[in-house]
Design a protein around this ligand. Structure first.
Ligand code: H2U
Ligand code: ZN
Length: 358
């Protein structure tokens, strides 16, 4: 028998309809929709949250491949580094010397050769300190490494992916805080899509999509999680992951390499504060995949671009209860229960003082 669980009362204010009734939201950066079902989960935080006691890690682990002075899986030995340390990935997904052959332009079996390189960035010699736990100067040094990698590899490759996969839940293979860099002579799918969407928005409106979007978010303040003089982090209107955030500068900046010193200082500040809030949410080292999207490198006209980072964390309700992108999401479209506004509100209420340092 068909039964309506929500009465068909007319609610005059449109936003309040969206706060409690199923609806779809459009992501103009990717040209896709997300299904939002707030009626399923209006107050998820009233549920039980398991608190796992902080794991005690040592500052240096002689069995860690990424620690200073240890031997990596390839047999190479890390120097006794202090601060960030970058090395060529021993198992890179892309190679610099792949032989070029003509693209196979078959309708069904299309293929091209690719070239690229991959590196690993150890954030610091400390095996036990993730980004929110590092001192601000430590995060600031990571910001410089991100920009330096894009500067150096961007001279040779169209796209330099700078990202961090954090936590076992994200398939991260090593607890030593680290990120990665993959550079390629092609523009990968996610970036190509954002490029096309931003170009179209500029052509249609004369404005920069994410600059307009962030301006509106700052005015409304509903989804802003944390900000400073130069940066704003929001749970985007079209977020898919429960506590997804989008971090961008207040002014238009094409690439990480274009940031001023003050903006780099501000970036270190906001990354530390945002990730501290994440960790405090479930009192755990909050897993996520994060990465930088800026204008591709090379000659093209990229006036439609705005630099930004995406944080995609999988956790939903506790340190162990995660969201799965399965079923309807794999086969139809992404779906979330809690609204972006509720997620932002929860993150905003948290302290920025890291739970391990209390
Ligand atoms: P994750 O961030 O997904 O854990 O990946 C770590 C990377 O470190 C992975 O790409 C590399 C792996 O190839 N790695 C080395 O280059 N050398 C090692 O000795 C271990 C891991
Ligand atoms: Zn280590």
């Amino acid at each position: 028998m068909y039964e309506r669980s929500v009465g068909s009362t007319v609610v005059p204010v449109i936003e309040s309809v969206f706060a409690v009734h199923p609806h779809r939201r459009f992501n103009p950066l990717k040209d896709e929709w997300v299904l939002v079902s707030p009626h399923r989960n209006q107050r998820p935080w009233l549920g039980r949250t398991e608190v796992t006691p902080p794991e005690r890690k040592s500052e240096h682990d002689p069995n860690c491949y990424l620690c200073a002075g240890t031997r990596r899986a390839s047999g190479r030995v890390n120097p006794n580094y202090v601060g960030p340390y970058v090395f060529d990935n021993d198992f890179p997904a892309l190679l610099a010397d792949t032989p070029y052959v003509d693209a196979r332009e078959d309708k069904l079996f299309r293929t091209t050769t690719v070239r690229g390189t991959a590196r690993v960035i150890c954030f610091s010699e400390r095996h036990d300190l993730t980004l929110p736990e590092l001192p601000l100067e430590g995060v600031r040094r990571v910001v410089d490494v991100w920009a330096d990698q894009i500067d150096e590899l961007g001279r040779r490759y169209n796209w330099v992916a700078v990202f961090e996969n954090k936590g076992e839940l994200m398939g991260c293979s090593n607890p030593h805080p680290h990120g990665q860099v993959w550079a390629s002579d092609f523009i990968p799918n996610e970036v190509a899509r954002e490029d096309a969407c931003q170009a179209r928005y500029l052509a249609e409106t004369g404005n920069v999509l994410l600059v307009d979007y962030l301006d509106a978010e700052v005015r409304g303040a509903e989804r802003v999680v944390v900000d400073n003089e130069h940066w704003v982090a929001v749970v985007p209107y079209w977020a898919i992951w429960p506590f997804e955030t989008l971090l961008a500068p207040r002014r238009q900046v094409l690439r990480l390499t274009d940031l001023t010193t003050a903006e780099r200082d501000g970036l270190a500040d906001i990354v530390k504060r945002l990730t501290a809030r994440y960790d405090n949410l479930f009192e755990t080292e909050f897993p996520y995949s994060m990465g930088w999207h800026g204008a591709p490198n090379g000659e093209g006209d990229y006036a439609h671009w705005q630099l930004h980072a995406h944080f995609y964390p999988p956790l939903l309700r506790s340190a162990t209860v995660r969201k799965f992108m399965v079923g309807y999401e794999m086969l139809s479209e992404a779906q979330r229960d809690m609204t972006a506004e509720d997620a932002a509100d929860r993150l905003r209420r948290l302290s920025e003082r890291h739970y391990k340092q209390r």
